[in-house]
Design a protein around this ligand. Structure first.
Ligand code: EPU
Length: 306
């Protein structure tokens, strides 16, 4: 039994308003894969989320912050402790600045700002995750990343309280940040503010429609997937390397390297996290063997793997 599972801790967790026990998570990921959370809490009010995180830290209970689950592989045995999902989806527009709740989807925000005749956020129509998730890993598409428009992000650090972080403090870089890989690990993103430009919303919508058509043709977005599996190595492309190694169509169980785009793994139905992980390892080993290139997973693997 895990050491945090004391009577007192279980009692505290069960008393959290709205908490669910042994809650399935697979349907909360775009992959449709993964076991249950020991405890699961979905809240719109940041204060409720902050209180839960603070409590976990005080009680020594592990916790995981879940966004839209679009870049995530959850282990088949599920996730230890408390999984918390913030679903605040509000937004405010002041002139050319837009503040959005962490739970709002990037694609939804892209449409909202186009309706408000703002430009510079069209790339977000290709980002499947939430605003919070986009801050967490500096999400981007078509060569444009969140950091290029981000003014700041509001969040919460357990033990320190509410914070406001500049892009520099967030250490945003290609699919990385201090939240994902640095000093802010475990901190909650509550909202983000972006700076856009005034422009023609209809043109923005036309551009987004064209980009979406392109994405439909080049990425297997109709099948369950986790977005790009690997980061692009500097100066190269993971998809190109996987294709050149002849690995498109390679499979483990129901997990298959997409025949459309080499940097996607699709869940044909019923794939396990273990299948996906084996496939990732096999692809990495083969690309290493053929080209001496080291692929680094972009998808985050969480939960109990052993
Ligand atoms: N390519 C191949 N074979 C393939 C796939 C791609 O040769 O099977 C080649 C393409 O011909 C192109 C190059 O690789 O010359 C790059 O491919 P693509 O334009 O499809 O973009 P990507 O680098 O694979 C990146 C992001 C995507 C984003 C697209 C669209 C990463 C890891 N991925 O993909 O982001 O949607 O650009 O701009 O940076 C994500 O991060 O989850 C994601 C989907």
């Amino acid at each position: 039994m895990s050491s945090w599972k004391t009577r007192a801790n279980l009692g505290w967790l069960r008393a959290l308003p709205g908490v669910k026990e042994d809650e399935p998570l697979a349907s909360r990921t775009s992959f449709g894969i993964g076991g249950p959370a020991d405890f699961f809490l979905e809240v719109a009010r940041p204060e409720a989320c902050e209180k839960a995180i603070e409590g976990c830290c005080e009680h020594g209970i592990p916790y995981l912050l879940l966004g839209a689950g679009t870049n995530l592989l959850i282990a088949d045995k599920g996730v230890e402790g408390l999984v918390i999902r913030i679903v605040n989806r509000e937004h405010q527009i002041e002139g050319t600045r837009v503040r959005a709740g962490a739970g709002l989807k990037m694609m939804r925000l892209a449409r909202i700002v186009a309706d408000a005749n703002l430009r510079g956020f069209e790339f977000a129509i290709g980002v499947p995750g939430s605003v919070g998730g986009a801050v967490y890993q500096d999400a981007g598409c078509w060569g444009k990343e969140l950091r290029e428009v981000l003014v700041d992000a509001e969040g919460y650090v357990p033990g320190k309280g509410p914070q406001r972080w500049s892009p520099i403090q967030l250490q945003l870089g290609y699919r990385t940040s201090a939240l994902r890989d640095g000093a802010l690990k475990g901190a909650l993103v509550v909202a983000a503010t972006v700076q856009l430009q005034r422009g023609d919303g209809e043109e923005a919508k036309q551009l987004m429609a064209r980009l979406t058509r392109e994405r439909n043709e080049t990425q297997p977005i109709k099948t369950k997937n986790c977005g790009s599996v690997f980061k692009n190595p500097p100066g190269d492309s993971a998809g190109r390397l996987v294709q050149a190694a002849g690995l498109k169509g390679m499979r483990e169980g129901a997990a298959v390297v997409s025949t459309l785009h080499g940097n996607f793994i699709v869940n044909e139905g019923g794939a396990t996290a273990a299948d996906v992980r084996r496939l990732i390892d096999n692809v990495m080993a083969e690309v290493r063997r053929r080209f001496g290139a080291e692929l680094e997973p972009e998808v985050e693997m969480v939960g109990r793997w052993k």
